[in-house]
Design a protein around this ligand. Structure first.
Ligand SMILES: CC(C)(COP(=O)(O)OP(=O)(O)OC[C@H]1O[C@@H](n2cnc3c(N)ncnc32)[C@H](O)[C@@H]1OP(=O)(O)O)[C@@H](O)C(=O)NCCC(=O)NCCS
Length: 350
């Protein structure tokens, strides 16, 4: 058995120019692990962007652990939770370098993350794991959308640790540029419901839409399909929105927004956001899309999504756009499986 140590990463203020500190090594490790799982570097995180987003926030709680062997980072565990009365859930992720798997490192990192969750009185721990469908037996999702291969390491690992399988999310990739995108936009404008108006901006939300965007971000935590996980309401205020946008600015990612106003009430009731990296070689990531329940099926301008893809690709000249969607569409590989674990011995607020 390999000897290893586990420690919490002190998030540095500045990027290590040598790229060798624990933070840089940990990001590189999770990128490698994701690349092996997804078969693409599209999902890779940029270490400078990540550093800005990992800076302490009064509205969010996160922690990064690393497992090291002789000073080399061979495993990473992350912990994330919300703040406020409903903050009863912790989201965790574990990555172990392929050369160091089956040494108990993943289990040790997970045990440490669960200890933190217990100390924080969390009711449940939720893990998202990239998972490909292979030959052999499968586990069907209880939502009846999608399944995962039973013998995959991540499936076995989660089952061995008492997680229950909850749902599958699809990850899709759209190659840019999209031929005929502008005419698609024009067609969609013709067919859209005139009770709604489209607004677009990059980065800082215009003042008049900030309250509405905070509501949409909050509703994202409850309106997204989540099977039996019952995530807590993650409340966004205007202050939190501004703090988040400041960190995004520091990260140098551009966020391209398209938002739909319900003209009668003068409120924004739907949005989509694309995170656009500076480098054209990197993929744009669809960072969130929501239409409030009460406005679904109203022929909200269908052109908002292609419009924002157009804007995002024009900004970045990027070669791909990655998006995740819930269990309403047909699964394709690769996919993300959600698994949840209830902490029956942890009760909120006690
Ligand atoms: C899943 C992952 C974190 C496991 O890390 P690890 O350090 O190899 O895990 P451990 O050595 O602690 O394994 C614990 C148990 O999980 C199960 N397990 C882990 N890998 C397995 C595999 N390849 N095949 C079958 N069972 C496996 C076994 O029950 C194992 O116990 P055992 O070795 O006594 O049989 C690692 O494979 C990984 O980083 N995968 C890619 C990233 C990922 O999917 N992360 C999300 C994790 S759910």
């Amino acid at each position: 058995m390999t000897e290893f140590d586990i420690a919490t990463v002190e998030i540095p203020r500045e990027l290590d120019p040598t790229g060798k500190d624990e933070f840089c090594q940990a990001i590189a490790l999770s990128n490698l692990s994701d690349e092996l799982a997804f078969g693409t570097t599209d999902t890779a995180f940029d270490v400078a962007e990540e550093l800005a987003l990992w800076q302490p926030s009064e509205f969010e709680r996160y922690r990064m652990l690393v497992a090291t062997v002789d000073g080399r980072v061979v495993g990473r565990g992350t912990y994330e939770t919300t703040v406020g009365e409903d903050a009863d859930t912790a989201w965790v992720i574990v990555h172990v370098h392929p050369d160091f798997r089956r040494n108990g490192i993943g289990s040790a990192l997970l045990a440490e993350l669960e200890t933190i969750a217990r100390r924080d009185n969390k009711r449940q721990v939720v893990m998202y794991a990239p998972s490909s469908l292979n030959e052999g037996p499968v586990l069907a999702a209880p939502t009846e959308f999608g399944s995962v291969s039973k013998n995959n390491p991540e499936t076995q690992f989660l089952l061995a640790h008492g997680f229950s399988f909850e749902q599958v999310e699809r990850v899709s990739r759209l190659a840019l540029a999209v031929p005929g995108l502008l005419s698609l936009v024009d067609d969609a404008i013709d067919r859209s419901n005139r009770d709604y108006a489209l607004h677009e901006w990059v980065d800082l939300c215009p003042e008049r839409w900030r309250e509405d965007l905070a509501v949409l971000y909050t509703r994202m935590s409850t309106d997204e399909p989540s099977a039996g996980l019952e995530p807590p309401e993650d409340v966004w205020s205007v202050d939190r929105l501004l703090e988040y946008q400041e960190r995004l600015t520091e990260s140098t990612l551009s966020m391209v927004y398209a938002a739909v106003e319900h003209v009668d009430t003068g409120t924004v009731v739907a949005y989509t956001a694309l995170a656009v990296p500076r480098e054209p070689s990197r993929a744009v990531n669809q960072a969130g899309t929501l239409v409030l329940q009460e406005h679904r099926g109203s022929r909200i301008p269908a052109y908002w999504l292609p419009r924002s893809v157009e804007a995002g690709s024009a900004l970045a000249c990027s070669n791909g756009c990655d998006t995740r969607s819930g269990p309403t569409t047909r699964p394709r590989e690769p996919q993300l499986a959600h698994a949840g674990k209830t902490h029956r011995n942890a009760s909120r607020g006690s």
